[in-house]
Ligand binder design. Sequence first.
Ligand SMILES: [Zn+2]
Length: 199
Amino acid sequence: MPYQLIYSHRRRKTISLSINKKGEIVVRAPLFTSSQKIEKLLKEKEAWIRKRIHQQQTSLTLQQKPLSSLSFLGQAYPLITNLSPNDPKILAWYQERGLPLIKKKATYFSQKLNVNYRKIKIKKVSSYWGKCQSNGDLYFNYRLLAAPEWIVDYVVAHELCHLIHPHHQKSFWHALAHLDSIKPTQAKKWLRQNHLSLL
Ligand SMILES: [Zn+2]
């Protein structure tokens, strides 16, 4: 398998593997790591690597495919003309429909949790579904709105719960699971399995 090798200048002790956006294997290794050692690791991790490359390619194809409909809370809304996935109209569409909905949910869960949030923004990001700042600002990935409603509920409640527990320790999960209709384990599993179809 061809790979890109980056020798680390920091005092790295282990070899790490990742797949970049182009679907290439990137190996980060401590200085003086032998190529045999790297090849051996690649062989061991071959199944994982192939799976990740496949996911990467699927997401690239999905990102380029013109869209004929948009999904909102798991329901498809046909478009009059096909849109490129990068068309700014898409983000605007989700913001317009999604913001009132997310605000309503955030108000509901913040009352249940007895916390206050400040402002809510729906953004085009790829690194998170939801994010909570310590000042109470909440950010959500517009793609979250394509998911079924119980998943949106989970992510909104999750972020608000961070205003009480700014970590992922037991107390956080306990408080979250305590809320009616929030199923953290199932929701996390759903997002893991379906995140590619929400791209
Ligand atoms: Zn979290």
